[in-house]
Design a protein around this ligand. Structure first.
Ligand code: NAD
Length: 456
């Protein structure tokens, strides 16, 4: 029997061990989910909505417990962890409001009426990463359940505890057995078994682009539907006409939040050449003031990286000779700490400038004009997010249309909202999550024609 060890990333102390699911466990879970889904989909919409609202209320009652678990297993600062637990609650609440609004259409035709229905898919597998274990579990599970599906959630190896707690809360809220199951396990074994299982209709995968590509290819065998939320290398574009003080003050949060382990992290700071030096001067104190330390302290803004392996990966991008412009502090001793690091590479195609580091590391690169900014912003294989800083409204709109990314913000680093759509262009993903259409991604559209001809 394989065990997963959960470590506290801030102290390296063991937190828990959890049994990893086998392919046999996946088979058993799919059988139970299939039976539960049929009964769930047959319930009146109002009943399903009420049960999901009850789950949101139960999550709310356990907010602090969930947040503390997230601190222990993922090393997130407690203020962030509380937001994340609240986000999971809001997701179920929002999805519950969609159950009775999941309406089809009536399309004019000759000789009868034509209507569409949004039929649930069946059993949905949600494969989640470790960087935002609780919100991402809820992003997939809440709309899938609301649309009448059953969900099997496989959390990441390092962060299964909040997901297991969520399953417990779902039962406590009265959701039927088998409808929402959590199977901790390894990616290749439990994740692989879900991806290949003929009883699973859709895979919602959030994780690395490399694994996302493999999953998409393997889903083709059983024609599973997929939503992929993958990596990013997002630009933060600062024009000379921007409020530079505000742009510099906001920049650290956009790549240091969650210790840079954020698919939307704005890790490529592109600054118009005429204000490049001034921007760096303003950025330095903002990075150094970003408070790093004990995740349990409410004043902490940045905690450790998730694991020793992740720290090695981050280090591999910052050689001894790297052109470091700004470096923050990090606690010494136990824990997977890494300081905030800002680099000014000579070449815009340096690996650290185009590959996803997934740590507190950003590059600052100069650009000449709008066309150059667009060219640099789009010079990666990703297209998840980005920010633009300018006082020129026309430029803000032109740039918003020209940058190839699914989620942009102007004069801010607006975070992800559960009621607006989220997803990536290019190799950052496929499909959209959240927002008003979240439920329809978990349905098939069925078209029905009913003849009104008189029978002879
Ligand atoms: P990962 O791809 O290694 O793992 C993600 C999940 O997939 C884990 O649960 C893992 O166990 C599972 N998995 C791994 N191999 C598998 C396989 N062969 N078959 C099935 N499942 C498998 O990613 P990670 O290191 O956990 O997460 C970091 C990555 O996630 C980053 O690249 C980040 O950008 C991305 N991410 C994207 C978004 C988004 O919304 N676009 C959000 C968060 C994280």
């Amino acid at each position: 029997m394989h065990e997963l060890s959960v470590l506290n990333p801030a102290t390296e102390e063991p937190v828990a061990t959890v049994t990893a699911a086998t392919p046999h466990d996946v088979d058993t879970a799919v059988v139970a989910a299939t039976a539960a889904q049929r009964r769930w989909a047959a319930l009146p919409p109002g009943d399903r909505a009420r049960q999901l609202r009850r789950l949101a209320a139960v999550i709310d009652d356990h907010l602090e417990e969930l947040a503390l678990l997230e601190v222990r297993e993922a090393g997130h600062p407690i203020a962030n962890a509380r937001w994340e637990a609240g986000n999971a609650r809001d997701l179920f609440d929002y999805a519950a409001g969609g159950v009775e609004r999941l309406t089809g259409r009536q399309i004019p035709v000759a000789g009868g009426i034509d209507v569409t229905f949004h039929e649930p898919l069946g059993v949905v597998a949600v494969i989640a990463p470790w960087n935002f274990p609780l919100p991402i579990a809820a992003w997939g599970a809440a709309p899938a359940l609301a649309a009448g599906n059953a969900v099997i959630l496989k959390p990441a190896e390092t962060t299964p505890l909040t997901a297991l707690k969520l399953a417990e809360l779902a039962l406590a809220a009265g959701l039927p057995e088998g409808l929402f199951q959590v199977l901790p396990g390894t990616g290749p074994v439990a994740g692989g078994a879900l991806v290949e299982h003929p009883g699973v209709a859709k895979v919602v995968f959030t994780g690395s682009t490399a694994v996302g590509k493999q999953i998409m290819a393997r889903c083709a065998d059983t024609m599973k539907r997929v939503t992929l939320e993958l990596g990013g290398k997002s630009p933060n574009i600062v024009f000379a006409d921007a409020d530079l003080e505000q742009a510099a003050e906001a920049a650290p949060g956009s790549f240091l939040d969650n210790t840079g382990q954020d698919c939307c992290a704005r890790t490529r700071i592109l600054v118009q050449r005429t204000v490049f030096d001034r921007f760096l001067e303003l950025l330095e104190p903002a990075v150094k003031d970003y408070r790093v330390g004990d995740p349990a302290d409410p004043a902490t803004r940045m905690g450790p990286l998730i694991s020793a392996a992740q720290r090695e990966r981050v280090r591999s991008y910052v050689a001894e000779s790297a052109p470091v412009a700004i470096r923050g502090d990090a606690p010494a001793g136990k824990g997977f700490w890494y300081p905030a690091t800002v680099l000014v590479p000579d070449r815009p195609d340096d690996p650290v400038a185009v590959e996803e580091v997934f740590g507190p590391v950003a590059v600052v690169l100069p650009f000449e004009d709008e066309a150059d900014a667009v060219r640099l912003a789009n010079a990666t294989r990703y297209g998840l997010a980005g920010s633009l800083w300018t006082r020129d409204l026309g430029r803000a709109l032109r740039m918003s249309r020209a940058v190839a990314a699914g989620n942009l913000s102007v004069n801010s680093h607006s975070s992800v909202r559960y009621w607006t759509p989220f997803g990536g262009f290019r190799e950052s993903g496929l499909g959209r999550e959240l927002g008003p259409d979240a439920l329809t991604a978990f349905t098939e559209t069925k078209n029905v024609f009913i003849s009104t001809e008189e029978s002879k």
